[in-house]
Ligand binder design. Structure first.
Ligand SMILES: Cc1cc2nc3c(=O)[nH]c(=O)nc-3n(C[C@H](O)[C@H](O)[C@H](O)COP(=O)(O)OP(=O)(O)OC[C@H]3O[C@@H](n4cnc5c(N)ncnc54)[C@H](O)[C@@H]3O)c2cc1C
Length: 310
């Protein structure tokens, strides 16, 4: 499909109904750039989203793409604007909508993408190989914690993140749950772990596995102390400003993880030598290698049990 060349300006409706004029540049019949008509501040989320979407759309000429984590409204609004521009340029959306996950940079190199088994094939054109002990996919709030823990354990660690920035959805969270923490003790809060577990189970109509709650509650203080040890900063602990039943909510510094959690955890992971590869999405994991390694390890363990010690 060839689109009519030109700059198409379409107003996208993004987060909270904000209007964002987007310029879609068509050159040589293809989408060659998606950008804002106005200069956006460097810290603007819409700027990040535009950069990510522009890169992906121009590279793949495909509009069936994943939302940018933590920015689903902006992603959807900008994609709608691009679709409008495509129609204005005489194109059809269906021609730019390969099935999800098959539209990435290397999709064209795969043989038969409709066969699930082929997704597990080792890619034919490997441009770079990296060896690591641990590979973490996603640098949201959990990925960052895993990165710090892995670094702490002295393991060679790589984190791959599809966005051009770390934090994921977790950047916007306000705080975390904890029972019998140092902060609560300092604030004179009496914790009631059994009551909390019982109430949570009751509220969820006894559907969750109770052992999950016991585990979470029993280790929550340990988690928070570990975060503090790794530089995370908290402001206070309360009952979510009077909304919750128990005073278990530990507020991050500045009331948001992007201030109290993300920068400190990223800094700590960097210090441990964890390598972050941003703008690097994972498409499929060749877990057969891991299975093979685990199998070999098992054989070694069995052999070492069978072999008499020298
Ligand atoms: C409105 C709202 C408020 C919330 N408030 C709180 C709160 O106050 N406290 C709390 O504890 N929880 C809160 N939560 C829940 C919390 O946001 C999530 O539990 C948390 O963000 C999950 O962290 P995560 O790291 O698993 O996922 P995310 O933070 O979403 O991170 C996932 C990361 O993986 C990346 N990724 C995804 N796919 C790929 C791929 N294929 N290749 C490479 N990278 C990839 C993403 O880009 C992203 O960076 C809230 C949730 C919402 C919606």
């Amino acid at each position: 499909m060839t689109l009519k060349d030109g700059n198409y300006t379409v107003v996208a409706t993004v987060y909270q109904g904000e209007k964002l004029p987007v310029v879609i540049k068509i050159k040589h019949g293809k989408i060659s750039r998606v950008s804002s008509q106005n200069t956006l501040p460097e810290t603007s989320l819409n700027r990040q989203v535009l950069a990510t979407l522009s890169d992906e759309i121009c590279h793949t000429q495909n509009l069936n793409i994943d939302s940018v984590s933590g920015a689903s409204y902006s992603t959807s609004g900008i994609l709608t604007a691009v679709k409008t521009a495509v129609r204005q340029a005489g194109g059809k959306i269906k021609d730019l909508a390969e099935p999800r996950n098959l539209n990435r940079k290397d999709a064209s190199k795969r043989t038969n993408t409709s066969n699930y088994m082929n997704w597990r094939e080792t890619p034919k054109n490997v441009t770079r190989e990296l060896n690591t002990d641990i590979l973490i996919v996603g640098s949201g709030i959990s990925g960052l914690a895993a990165a710090v823990q892995s670094g702490e354990l002295g393991l060679k660690t790589i984190v791959i993140e599809k966005n051009a920035f770390v934090a994921g959805n977790g950047g916007g969270i306000e705080g975390i749950f904890g029972v019998e923490t140092q902060m609560q003790k300092a604030a004179g809060i009496q914790s009631e772990p059994e009551k909390i577990i019982a109430r949570e189970m009751e509220l969820a109509q006894y559907r969750p596995d109770g052992s999950f709650w016991v585990d979470l509650v029993q280790h929550s203080a340990e988690n928070i102390e570990w975060l503090v040890k790794n530089g995370v900063r908290f402001d206070r602990v309360d009952d979510y400003s009077g909304i919750c039943e128990f005073p278990t909510f530990h507020w991050f510094e500045g009331n948001v993880a992007s201030k109290g959690y993300v920068p400190y955890m990223k800094e700590r992971a960097d210090r441990y030598g964890v390598k972050f590869l941003l703008s690097t999405p994972a498409y499929n994991i060749c877990y057969k290698i891991i299975v093979l390694k685990a199998f070999m390890l098992k054989i070694k363990m069995v052999l070492s049990k069978l072999m008499p010690k020298q």
